[in-house]
Write a protein that binds this ligand. Structure first.
Ligand code: XMP
Length: 512
């Protein structure tokens, strides 16, 4: 797919880089974030229709400023510099960049030249997000001014002949009014893209590409029932049919009925070659008496790999191992920009013991919402596609203290009631994660005339966009009341329900 219409985004580590990539894709043009020091050969190979330089915490006057190859500006490929990106263009082409006395920050009225192709369709003023202390003072030769604010003389610059543009503000954030339209103007009016990127064409391209790559080879996929691995499996199935084998390790720590539901969809709807391993007993005996959260994670991770390995060995040599890696994983784990931000902690990371030739990652170019759209395109049911995140170690980290079969059943039933009521109240789309936790605390209650001494169940629900920070959800009292009353009435051994009203930080989303 190297030759699909592409906009390259040179990464200078600005905080909104992923958003820039998203916005370009929202204009139906494929975009890719690449390191700022990418070579000219690499760029030529990728044959982009346009290049965007991102913002940066750095400044061009610093000794170790992040600089790209100046030749990029001579390739005849249109360039848009955003914030630092614009200052870098000026710096490389002989303009000057200076520090101003005061930082310009926030939504700011920008006077713009709406005869510029970058601003076509705009009024002559637009509210834009500014965030800078440095600014372009003198323009490089060949450039003209296309925007200013009361504090910034050059908020927009253009060289229409060379098709090089710079804007000091951030069109990628929502605080800039109609910001996506500026990006759309760049990709359509200036880069002449035709806009052929959508999920149907992605599916079509990928299926073709996977067929060419895999041919008659055999592929193996670890299926968890989560969105990414499910979409990867269905895509591969469409491409190579029964030459794909999926192994679904059911560790018994999934939510109520989840294992059966996953199996049903893949067997009945897709006729996938599926091996389900019911390994609950194995996992529970491994976890018996384990109370430390990190120990639980470690044991589950190890056991998962062991079970997968045993099954994979029965299949023998395969040619390809399918992984559901998605684009944010690629960027976060550093492959996209050479900087490691975090390592991953998913169960069943790369099984290096499986005998295979090559890894296939069909979703590595997609953002999460694009993976979901691909899933819908492939006919995967809504409830699976829009499923809330579920941790690899499953309910084991939602049972505080040691895990027993009995506690597992209590938690599954209580959690199912909570989810059902959230769906009944129509809150399932607005809450990003919601679940029940079985605490290790028992307390006294009274049921009818009888004293009880049973568990306390905690409900947890959060709103978040990135799961790195989260706020506790203000679920209406009447819904909490209904959930609480149903749980104590319908689930044995729970006589008290509490609601977790802590945000992250200082708490985490999961309790363990
Ligand atoms: P925390 O609890 O760290 O969770 O605020 C953030 C997000 O990550 C999920 N999570 C995990 N996912 N393996 C996973 O695959 C894990 O060990 C794990 N721990 C937490 C959690 O559900 C939330 O979405």
């Amino acid at each position: 797919m190297e030759n699909k219409e592409t906009i390259l985004i040179l990464n200078f580590y600005g905080q909104y880089n992923q958003l820039i990539a998203r916005r370009v894709r929202e204009c139906n043009v494929y975009s890719e974030i690449v390191p700022h020091d990418i070579s000219i050969e690499e760029i030529k190979k990728k044959n982009p229709k346009g290049i965007i330089f991102t913002g940066s915490p750095s400044s061009v006057s610093e000794k170790n400023a992040l600089i790209c190859d100046k030749e990029i500006l001579n390739l005849g490929i249109p360039v848009l510099g955003i914030c630092y990106g614009m200052q870098l263009i000026s710096h490389l082409l002989g303009g000057t960049v200076e520090q101003s006395d005061k930082r310009e920050y926030g939504e700011t009225l920008v006077d713009i030249d709406n005869t510029s192709p970058l601003f076509s369709g705009f009024e002559n003023q637009n509210v834009c997000l500014m965030s800078h202390t440095y600014f372009v003072n003198k323009l490089p030769e060949g450039f003209k001014n296309i925007g200013h604010t009361s504090d910034c003389p050059n908020a927009g610059i253009a060289d229409d002949n060379r098709k090089i543009y710079g804007i000091q503000f951030h069109p990628e954030v929502n605080l800039t009014k109609n910001g996506t339209e500026i990006i759309r103007n760049f990709v359509y009016n200036i880069c002449n893209c035709s806009g052929d990127w959508n999920m149907a064409s992605f599916v079509e391209h990928s299926v073709e590409e996977l067929r060419t790559k895999i041919g008659n080879g055999k592929a193996l996929c670890a299926l968890s029932g989560g969105v990414d691995s499910s979409v990867a499996a269905v895509l591969l199935n469409k491409a190579i049919g029964k030459n794909l084998t999926c192994i679904f390790v059911d560790h018994g720590l999934l939510r109520k009925n989840e294992g059966d539901e996953v199996e049903k969809i893949f067997r009945e709807q897709y006729d996938i070659n599926l091996i389900r391993v019911n390994a609950k007993e194995r996992f529970l005996s491994k976890l018996a008496g384990v109370t430390d959260p990190e120990q639980k994670r470690k044991f589950i991770g190890e056991e998962f790999i062991r079970v997968f390995e045993e099954e994979a060995k029965k299949i023998g040599k395969v040619d390809f191992l399918v992984q559901g890696t998605i684009y944010p994983d690629v960027i976060e784990s550093g492959a996209g920009n050479g900087q490691t931000i975090k390592s991953h902690h998913n169960v069943g990371g790369l099984p290096d013991y499986v005998d295979f030739k090559e890894i296939v990652e069909p979703l590595r170019d997609l953002f999460k919402d694009e993976v979901r759209k691909t899933g819908l395109e492939l006919g995967i049911p809504d409830y699976l596609v829009y499923r809330q995140p579920f941790p690899g170690p499953g309910l084991a980290i939602r049972i505080i203290g040691d895990i027993t079969d009995e506690k597992l059943e209590i938690l599954k039933d209580a959690d199912a009631i909570f989810r059902e009521e959230i769906a009944n109240a129509g809150l399932n789309k607005s809450l990003n994660q919601y679940f029940a936790v079985l605490t290790n605390l028992r307390s006294v209650g009274v049921m009818g005339d009888e004293r009880t001494y049973d568990y306390t169940l905690a409900l947890r629900a959060v709103e978040t966009s990135d799961f790195m920070t989260a706020t506790w959800a203000k679920i209406p009292y009447d819904i909490l009341e209904k959930v609480s009353s149903r749980i104590v009435n319908e689930v044995k051994h729970i006589n008290r329900v509490v609601y977790d009203i802590t945000s992250k930080p200082p708490a985490t989303i999961e309790w363990e």
